[in-house]
Each structure stands twice: as C-alpha cells, then as structure tokens.
Design a protein around this ligand. Structure first.
Ligand code: ADP
Ligand code: MG
Length: 599
C-alpha cells in the first residue's frame, strides 16, 4: 500500500516525494481532449461549428450508435488544401486567430485550435476536404485518417468543395469515459437538441440530421427564424410567435421571438440566447430571461424563446471555458436589463391560444421517425409555409378596447368579438384579479401615481367592518405582523394588537365594485401572508388580496359590466396574465376559424 493511503489513516505522515516531470505528450493530449470532448454531442458541436466557420450553407449530420459508432458532418464550406489537413489536427493549430488581440474581435465560433486534435486523440478521425479554390481544376479532395493521434492513411477521393469529417469509435481508448455514456437514445436526444439550436441560430443554413439512417431534422435555410422554428417544431408557429426587435442607444441590437404563452413548456430547453451568433449558456443572462417571465407564466413553466443579441465584439469574452458556451460581458447589467424588459413586455400582452400546443421535445421528434406502432399515433406535421403570411398582432390593449362583448359563458367567461372578426374569451375572475392587483399596487406601492386620484379616493380605500375580526397568529408571525401594521394600514387593512398573539382587524381594502364581505372569511390566510418572512411579502399579499377580492366565477354579468371589466383590463399593464401567471385571454383568430371550418 502506498504512503498516500497512510496519509488518510495518520495525517501527520508526509506523502512520498516524487520528481516534477513534464507529462508525456500522449497523456497531456488525453487530458486536454477530456475537456473539449465530454460526450458524442461535444464532437458534433465542434464539427458543426467548424462547418459554419468555413461558410457552409448546407450542413449534414449523420449519427450511428448514439454517436459512439459513427458521427459524420458534411459541409459545403470553403474546405482545406491537401497540405493543411495534418496541421488542422495538431493542437493549438487554427486559421482563425493569431494574436491575443484577435481574441477580442472574434468573428468565428472556433478559435482555440484544439477540437480536431482532441477528437483525433480519442477516436478514429477521417478528414476529406477540398478547397473551393481548387474547384474546376483536376485536383481531387484530400483524405487523412488518424487513429489515436497517429496518421494511418493519406489519400485522394473525388468530391466537390467542402469538408466531410467522420469520427468512428469515440472513446475506444478511454474506457473510463465509455462507462459513463448513457444509452444511444439519451445521446441522440442531446444531438437533436444541439442541431435544433444551430438551425435556429443560423436560419440561413440548411441543416439535415439523420440518426440510424432515419431523417430526424431538416430545415430549408431561408434565413427566416420563424420559419426555421416552424420547421423544427411542426406547428403553425408563426401566429404563436411575438417578434422582438430592439436597438438600444447603447449599441445593443436584439432580435427574436417569444412564443405565445400557450407554448410554455416545463423545461428550459427552448429558451435560447445567441450572443454574436454564438449560443451561450451564461448564468446571469439566463436569469435575466427568467426574471422577465417568472411572474407572467405559471410556476415552473418556460417559454419558447429565441433571442439573437448583437454587441460590439470587443465587449464579449468567450475564452472562459473550453466548450465556449460561457461568456463574460463588459456591460452585463445593461444587457440583463434589456433581456428582462424584452421578455416581460411581450408576455404581458400575449393572450393564450385555444390549442393545447404541446410542441414535441427531442424524444418525441426522434420517436416520430422511429418505425413501429408508436408512429401512427403522432400527428402529421402541418406545412409551415401556409402560416407564414399571418399578420402580426396589434397591441393587446388596443384590441381589448375595441372588443364587443357578445355573451357570458357559464357565468365565468366573457365572449367578445374583435373588429377583425376573431373571438376572445376572457376569464372574468382572472381579469378582475389583474385589475385589482394593479390598482392595489398603484395606490399602495406607488408603482404609478395616478393623476386623477383625489384625496377623497385615497381615504376611501379602506372599508370599516361592522364587527372587527379577531385573528390569532403564531409567535414568530405576530412579531413580523406587528412591525408591518403601519404598512398594512396604508393598504386599507386597519389592524391593532389585541394582546398576546391576537390582532383585531377593523377595516379591509375596498375592492372595485364587489362586496368586500367576501374578504372577511380569508383574513386569517391574508394575515399569514402579511407575516411571511420574505422580502416579497408585500407583493404576495397584494396577489392574495386581489385573488380574494376579485369577482368569482359563477356571477352573472350584464353587458355593461362586461364592457367595463374589459376596458378596465385593457388599461392594465399586463392584460394577458393574472398575477399568478395564468392566462386571462384566449384568442381564436380568424385564420384559426377559417382553417378549422375549412371555409
Ligand atoms: P478551431 O476551430 O478552433 O480553429 P479546430 O481544431 O476545430 O480549431 O480546427 C482547426 C482548423 O482546421 C480550423 O482553424 C480550420 O482552418 C480547419 N478546419 C476545420 N474544420 C474545417 C471545415 N469543416 N472546413 C474548413 N476548414 C476546417
Ligand atoms: Mg473548431
């Protein structure tokens, strides 16, 4: 047993001294490769990035055996000259940068010059490439086969300009890595997800992915992100996407789409951010996006979201991690603000759509093409092209103001017609909840000072109860609650301590056109929210109050009441979502009716 083990048993013993030696090349290579190539999808990523850097307009990816058996990426980019192939496979060999300064004006996805070297160290790598300059000459493409870092074969083959890289037997010489590989399905799932991201990040490039010889993904490379999304998700997406186009005075340009709330998913997979054409996964930026939708979608839901952010290349540092998906930004705070604001402003106005728009995750898309009984049950992809011409939706507030209420359904939902002949359904409880919540925020938290608000109105904000209501709180709650009494008074909740852990509530906030007595039964719960040990307690309380003050479903509304509720909703800042994040509006567009009735 070595002394190192003794160290654990007796920590006063020193380990054996050994000389410091440079690692043999092979070991160093293997360690470096491990950082870049973690699993099959890392190979695909590097190869696709190389193809894009070479200016490819057409990228084909072929996968077998979950990528362990074979991965092949074929592009129609500018290719390489025969004498460059070997150099391309050396570590730190790149055509993309040659000075430190270049790191701060990157226009390529690659720059570290280690992807091909890393792949060559842990797999069998075949390059077949022909430089575009040689086209028209008699010269064939050059071939190079390397296994475990050693050249096995040099040759020539016929092909047009571009490059084909084939990787076989990944990790054949790294048994420890092989053991960690999950099944082919999992690895394939990662690869599908990756290709989808590039297809969206580079809508002008045609992508094609086949797995075990089954076509899994195909885009047409028209340059239109919305069309690429429609092709990938097989949904009439155009009418479910809200475009974002922002140019700030700081020199940031943000383009993209936020999916309608009906497309919200329970994972973050479809939230995609590209910074200077690079897909990035950086914590603060992801949080910025999330902050934009957290309160506007139900808990645990994430939107379909694609943002392309362009900023001056010297402001972004990509050299943070070997996989190049993490970035540091010079003006991070400004970018965070921009992202959060952009998401929020869209979702605040996005009505729900009538379809249960479950777009397929990677597994589903993959299964769609697997032979067998499963396939029959899945819906046939609709043509994306037909939905392209759908006009953009005008502002939600404008539409709401122009709605004509038709009827009330189940004493719960208002049906209303828009001037364009489309139908809106409005959940009366949630609509009222949104109206009250914003009203409370304005009057209480001073979120917006209303010009018309008079002194009198301010004073009327509380409603004296005929009989005060007594509440008991837990000891720790009572302390916080007592401290917050002045704040609660401002809200119209007049309370006082009645000794011990008991409190008397003398008044409740006035709601808008609703019987305040319905609130009384909920005072205990509300007091508990007001005594929460959290910095968000005020907002939680306002949400709680709004929910309990809002009219219930089951209440009949006359035409005037319907109209005034709709116009009150129109004047809120987020008419599409209740304060809990659930949808208020459902929209049946004209196109939807035409399509479904087959007019
Ligand atoms: P990096 O992309 O960081 O430069 P790589 O190891 O991925 O490093 O590639 C090394 C070099 O090989 C690239 O700089 C490029 O010149 C060349 N190369 C790799 N793949 C292709 C390709 N598909 N088409 C043209 N050239 C390529
Ligand atoms: Mg590269």
């Amino acid at each position: 047993m070595s002394q190192i083990y003794n160290l654990e048993q007796n920590n006063t013993a020193l380990p054996v001294r050994r000389p410091i030696l440079s690692l043999p090349q092979e070991v160093a290579e293997r360690i470096a490769a491990g950082e870049v190539i973690e699993r099959p999808v890392s190979v695909v990523k590097e190869l696709v990035e190389n193809a894009l850097d070479a200016g490819a307009r057409d990228v084909r990816v072929e996968i077998r055996g979950g990528g362990l058996r074979l991965m092949r990426v074929t592009d129609d980019g500018m290719g390489m000259f025969a004498d460059e192939l070997e150099r391309a496979c050396a570590r730190h060999a790149t055509s993309k940068i040659n000075s430190v300064e270049d790191l701060y004006r990157l226009h390529t996805l690659g720059f570290r010059g280690e992807a091909l070297a890393s792949i060559a160290a842990v797999a069998e790598l075949t390059l077949l490439s022909r430089a575009i300059e040689t086209e028209g000459e008699e010269q064939p493409a050059a071939l190079l086969l390397i296994r475990g870092g050693e050249v096995i074969e040099r040759g020539k083959r016929a092909r047009l300009h571009g490059t084909t890289v084939t990787v076989r037997d990944l990790f054949y010489n790294v048994p420890a890595r092989l053991k960690f590989m999950r099944g082919a399905r999992t690895e394939n799932g990662h690869i599908v997800q990756l290709l989808r991201r590039y297809a969206i990040g580079y809508p002008g490039v045609r992508f094609n992915l086949t797995i075990e010889e089954h076509p899994v993904l195909q885009t047409s490379g028209t340059g239109d992100v919305a069309l690429a999304l429609a092709e990938l998700y097989h949904l009439p997406l155009a009418e479910m996407l809200n475009a974002v186009n922002i140019e700030t005075s700081e020199g940031f340009v943000l383009h993209g789409y936020v999916g309608n709330r009906a497309l919200a998913q329970s994972n973050r997979q479809h939230v995609m951010l590209f910074v200077n054409n690079r897909w990035v996964q950086s914590r603060p930026l992801q949080e910025a996006l999330e902050a934009g939708y957290r309160s506007l979608l139900p808990k645990g839901k994430h939107p379909l979201l694609v943002f392309h952010l362009q900023l001056p290349s010297e402001e972004i540092d990509v050299n943070v991690h070997p996989t190049k998906t993490e970035v540091r930004l010079q003006r991070e705070a400004e970018v965070v603000g921009l992202l959060t604001g952009a998401v929020r402003s869209v979702l605040e106005r996005s009505p729900a759509l009538p379809e249960s728009a479950q777009f397929p995750g990677p597994e589903l898309v993959y299964q769609r093409h697997l032979p067998g009984p499963r396939r029959r049950g899945l819906h046939v992809a609709e043509s994306a092209e037909g939905y392209k011409a759908e006009a953009a939706q005008p502002g939600t507030a404008e539409v709401l103001y122009s709605l004509r209420p038709l009827a009330q359904l189940q004493q719960a939902v208002i049906l209303a017609e828009a001037p364009d002949g489309s139908l809106y359904l409005i959940d009366q409880h949630r609509a009222h909840e949104r109206v009250i919540y914003e009203h409370l925020r304005k009057t209480y938290m001073g979120v917006e000072t209303r010009e018309q608000q008079t002194e009198e109105e301010e004073q009327n904000a509380a409603n004296l109860l005929l009989e005060p209501v007594m509440l008991e709180l837990k000891r720790h709650e009572a302390e916080l609650f007592e401290q917050r009494l002045p704040a609660l008074r401002g809200l119209g909740l007049e309370c006082e301590r009645f000794g011990g852990r008991s409190f008397l509530i003398r008044s409740v906030p006035v709601s808008i056109g609703e019987d305040t007595q319905q609130l009384v039964g909920h005072l205990q719960e509300l007091a508990q929210i007001a005594a929460e040990d959290s910095s968000d307690w005020e907002d939680h309380l306002l949400i709680g109050l709004a929910c309990r003050l809002a009219m219930r479903r089951g209440r009949e509304l006359g035409p005037d009441e319907q109209r005034s509720l709709i116009s009150a909703l129109a004047s809120t800042s987020a008419p599409a979502a209740c304060p809990h994040g659930s949808p208020i509006l459902l929209h049946y567009s004209r196109a939807f009716l035409i399509d479904r009735f087959d007019w």
